[in-house]
Ligand binder design. Sequence first.
Ligand code: MG
Length: 295
Amino acid sequence: MAGGFRIIGHRGARGLFPENTLEGFQGAWALGVRAFELDVGLTRDGVAVVAHDPVLNPDLTRDAAGAWLPGPGPAIHALTAAELAGFDVGRLRPGSRAAGLFPRQRPHDGARVPDLAAVLAALPAAEWIIEIKTDPTRPDLTAPPDLLADAVLTQIDRADAAARVVVESFDWRIQAYVRRVRPDIGLAYLTRPDAPADPWWAGIDPADHGGSVPACVAAAGPAGCAWAPAFAQLTRAALREAHALGLAVLPWTVNAPADMRRLIGWGVDGIITDDPDILAAVTAAAGNSTTPTRG
Ligand code: MG
């Protein structure tokens, strides 16, 4: 993934469509979105599926009888793909926090947690940032990193998508593994303020890098990799440092137009947003969507 500024739809386009669903990716594509972030987990029987939470989220999941889940769970890793296909994730639970956050989201009753294979096959020209969801503090909740990464790589190859994907994770064991077995695959390094370097950064110690997060990313990753920080933790100085280190910078999840304008003005390489339609309007108005000012 190289070239100009990227508008990247978060979980498809969560502000507009049910997150991480085939219907959502297709709906966003129809609106002109060409790059997407999505999240991947693994079922008990080894199917890579597109879902954010390691356990089913009661704010967006109904069972086969149409009843909202009474609480979080079961874990995707504990279900077979066939069992998972019995759940409907096409609507936000009325009154939930998510429903309040995304009032524009149009429901699509009957939407299922899709296989990664089906999503990649549905949009053969799209670019994908594939977030692999493992947690070094909760090994019980997901498949091991290598197993999950291998399942994702298999689907990337089946879709002939290697040149159109970037693999990312907060758990940098994922990138270390992918870098070792598939150095041709693009990588991004997710960071957030509440995830300490140990155990998330696979042995990279900020003390060895002057406490600089972009320097840690540059130490962990190959040339040309990306840093994907929580946007609130990104400063203009850190962006400059990252660019000087050769990193692309892809902040998430930026939904307020004022924040979009500020980050575009700073020269970020792309923005991950729940509202790619709003970001498209902001970039069009800014008139600099493909030539952001560096520095
Ligand atoms: Mg994600």
